[in-house]
Design a protein around this ligand. Sequence first.
Ligand code: SAM
Ligand code: SF4
Ligand code: SF4
Length: 359
Amino acid sequence: MLPLMPRDARLLPVFAGTPVDRRGRVLRDVRLSVTDRCNFRCGYCMPAEQFGQDFAFLPRAELLTFDEIALVARALIGLGARTLRITGGEPLVRRDVDQLVKLLRNLDALPELQGEPLDLALTTNGSLLESLAAPLHAAGLNRLTVSLDSLNPATFAQMSGSALPLSTVLAGIAAARTVGFHHLKLNCVVRRGVNDAGVEALVNYAREGGHTIRFIEYMDVGTSNGWRLDEVVPAAEIVARISARHPIEPIGPSRPGEVAARYRFSDGAGEIGIIASVTAPFCGDCTRARVSADGHLYTCLFATDGLALKPLVRPEPDLARLSHALRSRWEQRDDRYSELREAMGEQHLEKVEMFRVGG
Ligand code: SAM
Ligand code: SF4
Ligand code: SF4
């Protein structure tokens, strides 16, 4: 069995004025959730039994506007953020999301960036990509991740909890390539006994299409998914399964704070990633913050409370107060939930849901 690649604990260079949290970590990556709504009902995120027709999602007035999101992003760039990932819920169900991409791309002109363009990414379930890939690319998005849990139509339907056919997502992936997203990332959450038998088929699909596929250990995010440890397929098992078919070798992270352990195919046909947040936590170099659709800053995916940003951006935006509040929140940060998971045992926490905080 191949060892899991040890994670790179190197921290980024700290410049004067960059806030550092209580564990020595800087802020680098921001997930911006633009909606808590979704047209899928993945059981690991938003199970259909609990999120039915009458579920009360956020009213529109509660969502941060695109201008407000861009202002929060601007403040976070001032504190060190260089990667912005638009997510949700399903970000493509928010109308005109390409307009947000344009606003964020305009932030490239900020002096803090010293001419280095922002890394602007988006994660989607792919269902609406066929028509939206072109405007997103034209607006300046430079990276796209598509979630794809199975290539078997029946298993795909079971995982997504949706009647939307797999072929629509595959058409979205093809459209994204055509418009210029040449190197896509594909995300697959692996659930034992549900989609784990399809790992090899996904690897073949990704290799043939020139995509990087990342397998994610099923996580205990939120309180709705009824997570059980025995449904988690450990990263080492996934690696062993793939390497039995295609020899792979570990490679280092492409950048500090990268969440996936990376492997390349020994025959040179690309790479895969494994996100082992359950069996090999990587809190030590976690440089991520999340902004929920209703404007709260969370400093951990498993946080129980967030910093309310709306009073700082409405009715009148106040960049100085916003920056100050964000800085002091980052400086107080002490999160390392995944490292403490085992020690906490059955302790019940009211953790924020993934579709609210942004996956
Ligand atoms: N709707 C978009 C999508 O599915 O790609 C973006 C939001 S979704 C919350 C972001 C990512 O989180 C997806 O790749 C999804 O598979 C992953 N995710 C959601 N719940 C998860 C869980 N319990 N464990 C691991 N990954 C999860
Ligand atoms: Fe929707 Fe993404 Fe959650 Fe699935 S993982 S229910 S596609 S937000
Ligand atoms: Fe970061 Fe929290 Fe995940 Fe640890 S558990 S890697 S601190 S988001």
